[in-house]
Design a protein. Sequence first.
Length: 247
Amino acid sequence: MSGTCIQHATFPVPVFGITWPDSGEFNQQLETVILREQKADPGIVRSNVDSWHSSDKLLLGQEQWQIALRKRIKEVLTPAIVGKAVEGQELFDGWSVYGWANVNPSGGSNRPHVHPDSIWSGVYYVSDCSAIDGGDIIFSDSACIPVPKHASGQSFREFRIKPEAGQMLLFPSTLIHRVDPHQSSTPRISVAFNLSHESWELASAPWVDWKSFLWMHLPEFASKCTRWKQNALSAVGVKRASTAAPL
Ligand SMILES: [Fe+2]
């Protein structure tokens, strides 16, 4: 008599997505704001390669487009919260968010990275890459589950999404992802964000190889340096503006 093999549902990695139809006018407004900001600010370097990354304060404010984006973020976050009650209560309130804009011109990309110090991360696509080569967001299997070799060279360890205008994705901040080089003269514009909640557990990112390790932990180290500096400043009575807004 043979036994029955069952598969235990252990740690599935969820990636949520919503595409809002009729986002044309909204995206046009976002594009105008972001390209104006790009002209005024040299930006910062994180995972961006030959691309522009704004400051982390993009979602901090009460402009209509900021309120509308935060509302969309709350919408895509909702299925991540449902069913995860703590002492009988699902934690829909108490989230804080900060975000930044990305502009990838032709050839621009983003290195593999995670978003340290956050719980959930996401991205909203202002421009459309559905009809062009390149610009895909690619999630990598951090759990290193054994898979057969694919004859075409395609990897089962990667999950690829072609961005559409009006689409928002949400994924665990520890999930490694990258952006393929963009291949269009029209820039690839997106808004990325990080979500935190003090009652949600902050997971440690797995270490895949030394490059990923370095890339994952350099921002964390930089973030720690910033916090040390902020603590030192607050100790002497100097207050700095936070980049996070309540969601
Ligand atoms: Fe990212």
